[in-house]
Design a protein around this ligand. Sequence first.
Ligand code: URA
Length: 211
Amino acid sequence: MLTSRKGPAFETPGAEGDRLPDVMRDAKSCTRCDLYRNATHLVFGEGPARVKVLFVGEQPGDKEDLAGRPFIGPAGKLLDRCLEEAGIERDICYVTNAVKHFKFTPRGKRRIHAKPNAGEVQACAWWLAAELRLVKPKLAVALGATALYALLGRQAKVTRDRGTVMPSPDGPPVLVTIHPSALLRTLDRPDAERKRARFVDDLRKIAEFLE
Ligand code: URA
């Protein structure tokens, strides 16, 4: 059995196991923070076992929680379209989240997304560290601030570092960009197309980096 090195941004050893399906099986009974209490499924990462690029989002949304799969809802569909526009093949990508249980506030019949806190991100870094160790991507892509915190701690900022590839002391370099759900929230604004084009430009840096 392999033991991972330190976790992405934190002093977590990371889950043990030398096969992703084994780590995923162990993750399904995770109680490392309280989010498992209300979530339907733990949503582990998905993609080929060895890929070039590993995308990290924030946490599963409502649809992902119900289906138990990452990025299958509106944000994931938008990400897929933007990747296609940027010329990035989906089969070189593994997608996962900084936090693997859905955190929400109930409002009537709806479940409203709630941002995970630093403790929840740090607890879940245990699983992210194992995914990084086993998938061995050449590049990680941080989709938004929570993912960036999970990968690089407090040393990086989306507003300041967006569009750049930053070195990581203990993992693959990290391309910094926004979360696609930020685009979904501003679809009706006049600058929506410009924002989307900038996101696609960020994604083009993946191909430049891998060349
Ligand atoms: N947003 C995320 O960050 N991850 C998902 O899996 C879905 C939406």
